[in-house]
Design a protein around this ligand. Structure first.
Ligand SMILES: *[C@@H]1O[C@H](CO)[C@@H](O)[C@H](O)[C@H]1NC(C)=O
Ligand SMILES: *[C@@H]1O[C@H](CO)[C@@H](O)[C@H](O)[C@H]1NC(C)=O
Ligand SMILES: *[C@@H]1O[C@H](CO)[C@@H](O)[C@H](O)[C@H]1NC(C)=O
Ligand SMILES: *[C@@H]1O[C@H](CO)[C@@H](O)[C@H](O)[C@H]1NC(C)=O
Ligand SMILES: *[C@@H]1O[C@H](CO)[C@@H](O)[C@H](O)[C@H]1NC(C)=O
Ligand SMILES: *[C@@H]1O[C@H](CO)[C@@H](O)[C@H](O)[C@H]1NC(C)=O
Ligand SMILES: CC(=O)N[C@H]1CO[C@H](CO)[C@@H](O)[C@@H]1O
Length: 901
């Protein structure tokens, strides 16, 4: 039973609760005395690159300037005693110079920032050095399976930090094509729902990509032997992963849920997913990996439940159910914030967090548990709340709240600063704010004082305080005007007052007319060679200068270079338009506070006459000429006579501007614009373009050809192509055969002028362009092999050279087009290899490399017996200063690979 006193005490506390202030975060000006506030710290889980200096951040502000201390693994860390460690001045940030043994510095670090008024503490920063160990040495026997059986090739990547990403390639570094039947699981293993005979054509190598150290390591490849059978029986699905009928999974709120089901069977099963008693949240769910993986982003409590995957093929189907439980590391409901109180005021700090399981709240004062701190009669801890009543000068302190459960913790620092301070203004004086009519605007008035001042706004020095209606006053002093009207223009005064005094500031508001485009450009269709005009007339506030710019297809238009574009006040003119001018033109009018834009499309017709005749259908345009007569139709030039049509009051300004494109129904087309032959080993590639003078509608092309042997001509062959075809690839009976080709375009009238060409000799190197060779598969293959070989030699060389300095150099990644999964690395010259780097290529120097003892031997960048390569893909940078120019030549494999692009 509760005694009367306790009820009374509770009543008093409730009153304090009501009267006390929960501070909206206020900045205390830095010239005023205040306890420390941590403003920057390293991540809780901090993984560093062993090749770099280690930097552990901790910065805090406060007045007086805070001093810093560190604890490592719970014990005082004497920074001054270790010559490798320095603390930055006016900061707690530690810099640890890179050393041979960065692992020595692994551990849990915590920073303490203190001054006369209290101590703030950082999170516990768990520092670990990233690791990319080599694959364990292993001998892989060939894998033998019967056709139609399922197969799992294990990857088991070495345990890196952070864990590597895995992918499968064959030993010639081509990716393994994945599909419904063959794919990689979440654990990196390669799953075959059923094996086909052709799977034996490839070998399979798992690769681990260590993002942090930018290295890729390749496991020895598996060789696959498939025992073929006459009839592969169809089988019903069985699960390869996960096993059994059901499993369970725990996932943390905010993280992603990954569920996977992979099944064996012939034919390859399909996988479908459902959630029992609910729909899958379509916005958050992604089905990946050919249906086998369900990825749910940003998990929340309601995502818990039973997920079922169903594997089915035409023989049958099976199900597996996964029970998903969502747990949660603590997350904030109310995070305590700094509190400024005047003497004798009341206040409270609130620390409320949610989580699953429910977090426990622990309070600390200046880094010490509140239970063991000096008793303070003006302070009362009630679970997630601390109440302060009648605080006194001298009792400033930093309070910490640690909300924790088994999945993590949240730590917040909040100071209580007891100050006596008349109001003061923090922002610039007499600001001018311009706003467009009817827009929202904010008038700022940052202020400070303790007790917290009352702030009021007045307009033109009149009336009571502005708030409500069309005004909104924020806690930080900002006044919002929801829709500025012309009559809102004027001078606004903000006044901050408390028992110690009063202070004011002014803001002048000017309300401007919006910038508008009163005549916007319009869509036009214009013939090639004509002049186009786009309008853009702008109206804007007379006191705000406006600039007008034009964009074509969202890129700025430049007016000086060709001279065909001209811009004046209200128009854009394009002279002599050509088809490339087609696009969307946007005019943008901009002032210092607003802008407006309008767009229109320009379509350019290829042929001025046809569009002229098209237009003639519209009123105001001249009618087409009549009684057209044509003389000497077979000659290259013609004479035309006609009777003009009705001009419709438009002067006839243009009749036949362009002879070339005049469609004459009696003349054959001209020769193709060009006709080219590219000779490859066993094929010729013919390419051409439509005639400059089609003289009508092209209906196709005729290609004739015959073999040539000395002066002897072989039998003529004929080939026809539709008008949209402008290339042809012909197989050669043998590489020494030569041909002569005759190409002509055809219209209704017949075949036109002939373009004749002879195919080059096979030995005539002049015709073999670089790109032709490069597109041939065998050549790419050869170049890849050569590049890879050089690469590997360099790596061997480099690894040997930089023994004892395996981490030397900061690497930079280059994506190779050959395979997006392949990285080629480049070493910065500013990080020189460490000592002992002069071992020659065939050097026998062997030093043990302690962190690699388990994995490294025989594996660091050498060829295996079977010719496969294990190790790190590493390439020196082109300009390696220690090696001089020679090595810059030798390192060109990077370029060689690029040149194949
Ligand atoms: C917060 O409390 C949890 C649980 O006691 C503890 O593991 C964690 O280290 C604490 N965090 C800090 C920064 O003290
Ligand atoms: C995750 O979901 C929560 C609500 O469940 C939402 O508040 C939060 O913004 C989401 N986070 C991301 C990154 O989408
Ligand atoms: C004051 O608070 C309002 C609303 O939170 C915000 O929009 C405004 O930017 C703040 N003003 C200043 C000066 O921070
Ligand atoms: C003729 O005008 C019509 C409609 O005005 C248009 O769709 C067509 O593309 C035009 N043809 C030519 C050749 O300009
Ligand atoms: C040419 O046009 C025909 C029919 O119009 C079409 O089937 C064919 O794919 C086109 N060929 C090319 C190379 O565009
Ligand atoms: C060209 O003619 C000679 C003699 O007639 C013959 O021996 C040779 O094989 C011919 N070459 C080709 C490529 O047909
Ligand atoms: C910056 C801004 O808020 N501009 C708005 C001004 O008001 C017009 C119409 O009232 C809006 O379209 C703008 O976005």
């Amino acid at each position: 039973m509760w005694t009367q006193e306790r009820w009374a005490a509770l009543a008093v506390l409730s009153i304090i609760m009501l009267l006390s202030k929960v501070a909206a975060p206020i900045e205390v000006p830095l010239d005023l005395k205040q306890p420390p506030t941590i403003v920057k710290q390293s991540l809780k889980d901090y993984i560093v690159d062993p090749r770099d200096n280690i930097i552990i951040e901790c910065e805090a502000k406060g007045t007086p300037v805070p001093t810093f201390q560190w604890r490592r693994n719970g014990k005082f860390f004497n920074v001054g005693k270790d010559p490798r460690v320095t603390m930055r001045s006016r900061s707690g940030t530690l810099e640890i110079r890179s050393s041979g043994k960065p692992e020595d510095y692994e551990g849990e670090y915590q920073c303490f920032a203190s001054n006369d008024f209290g101590m703030a503490i950082s999170n516990k920063i768990l520092l670990r050095v990233s690791k990319s160990p080599l694959w364990p040495k292993e001998v892989l026997e060939p894998v033998v399976v019967r056709e139609g059986e399922s197969l799992v090739l294990p990857c088991n990547p070495p345990p890196g930090l952070p864990p590597p990403e895995t992918f499968w390639m064959d030993s010639s570094i081509m990716p393994i094509i994945q599909d419904k039947r063959v794919s990689m699981g979440l654990n990196g293993d390669l799953f075959f729902s059923n094996v086909l005979a052709r799977d034996a054509n490839t070998d399979y190598s798992c690769n681990a990509r260590f993002e942090f150290t930018h290295t890729i390591q390749q496991k020895n490849p598996f060789t696959l032997k498939v025992l073929t059978t006459r009839n592969v029986p169809e089988t019903q699905p069985t699960f390869l992963s996960p096993k059994g009928l059901s499993s369970s999974k725990i996932v943390l709120r905010g993280e992603q849920l990954l569920l996977e089901c992979i099944a064996a069977g012939v034919p390859s099963p399909n996988i479908d997913w459902i959630k029992k008693g609910a729909d899958l949240p379509s916005k958050k769910v992604k089905i990946e990996n050919f249906g086998k993986t369900l990825r749910l982003l940003n998990v929340s409590e309601e995502d818990s439940g039973d997920y079922v995957c169903m594997a089915s093929n035409k023989i049958g189907s099976i199900r597996h159910s996964i029970e998903v439980q969502v747990k949660a590391a603590p997350y904030w409901l109310d995070k305590p914030t700094n509190l400024v109180l005047a003497p004798d005021e009341n206040g409270r700090l609130v620390c409320r967090a949610r989580g699953n399981p429910k977090p426990t709240i622990q309070w600390l004062v200046n880094g010490e548990p509140i239970e063991s701190s000096l008793p303070n009669p003006n302070r009362q801890v009630l679970g997630d709340t601390i109440l302060f009543h009648s605080v006194q000068i001298g009792s400033s302190a930093v309070h910490q709240c640690n909300a924790s459960n088994e999945h993590g913790y949240l730590l917040a620092n909040a100071f209580v600063n007891i100050l006596d301070m008349a109001p003061r203004m923090l922002g610039p004086k007499n600001q001018l704010i311009k706003v467009i009519e009817n827009n929202r605007t904010f008038l700022d008035c940052p202020f400070f004082g303790s007790p917290f001042p009352l702030l009021r706004w007045f307009k033109n020095g009149l009336g009571s305080g502005l708030d409500g209606g069309q005004y909104k006053l924020y806690h930080n002093g900002t006044l919002e005007i929801k829709q500025a009207r012309p009559e809102d223009q004027g001078t606004y005064t903000c006044v901050a007052s408390n028992i110690l005094g009063k202070m004011e500031n002014q803001v002048r508001l000017e309300v401007k007319e919006p910038t508008r485009i009163v005549r916007a450009p319009e869509h036009v269709t214009q013939a090639k060679g004509t002049t186009v005009r786009f309008d853009c007339r702008v109206k804007h506030d007379p006191s705000l200068p406006a600039t007008v710019t034009w964009l074509k297809d969202d890129k700025p238009l430049s007016f000086n270079w060709i001279g065909r574009f001209r811009k004046d006040d209200e128009t854009l003119t394009i002279y002599n338009v050509n088809p490339e001018d087609a696009g969307t033109y946007t005019c943008t009018a901009k002032t210092e506070i607003d802008e407006n834009s309008a767009s229109a499309r320009l379509t350019v017709t290829e042929d001025d006459i046809s569009s002229a005749s098209n237009r003639s259908a519209f009123a105001g345009r001249p009618d087409p000429p009549q009684d057209l007569e044509l003389s000497d139709p077979s000659a290259r030039s013609v004479r035309l006579t006609w009777v003009p049509g009705n001009e419709n009051n438009s002067p006839v300004t243009r009749k036949f501007r362009n002879m070339n494109s005049f469609h004459n129904p009696f003349i054959e087309p001209g020769a193709p614009k060009y006709f080219r032959i590219q000779r490859h080993t066993d094929v010729v590639h013919l390419k051409w373009d439509k005639p400059l003078e089609p003289n009508g509608v092209l209906i196709g092309y005729t290609l004739q050809y015959h073999t040539v042997n000395g002066t002897q001509a072989g039998e003529r062959k004929v080939q026809s192509f539709p008008a949209n075809v402008t290339e042809y690839i012909m197989n050669l009976p043998n590489r020494f055969t030569r041909f002569k080709f005759y190409l002509a375009a055809r219209t209704q009238v017949g075949a036109g002028e002939v373009y004749a060409l002879e195919s080059p000799h096979f030995t005539n190197e002049a015709y073999k362009e670089q790109e032709d060779i490069a597109t041939q598969g065998w050549f790419i293959g050869l170049m890849c092999a050569v590049a890879l070989l050089v690469l590997i030699l360099l790596i061997v060389c480099f690894i040997k050279r930089s023994r004892g300095g395996k981490y030397a150099g900061k690497m930079q990644q280059i994506h190779s087009h050959i395979n997006p999964g392949l990285f080629i690395y480049d070493i910065d010259e500013d990080n020189k290899p460490l000592q002992g780097s002069q071992t020659s290529l065939d050097g026998n120097v062997k030093e043990s490399d302690d962190s690699l003892v388990d994995y490294g031997e025989g594996g660091d960048g050498q060829f295996n017996e079977d010719g496969s390569f294990i190790g790190q893909y590493t390439v020196k940078k082109d300009k390696e200063e220690t090696e001089g120019n020679e090595s810059s030549e030798a390192t060109s494999p990077v370029n060689a690979i690029y040149s194949l692009a």
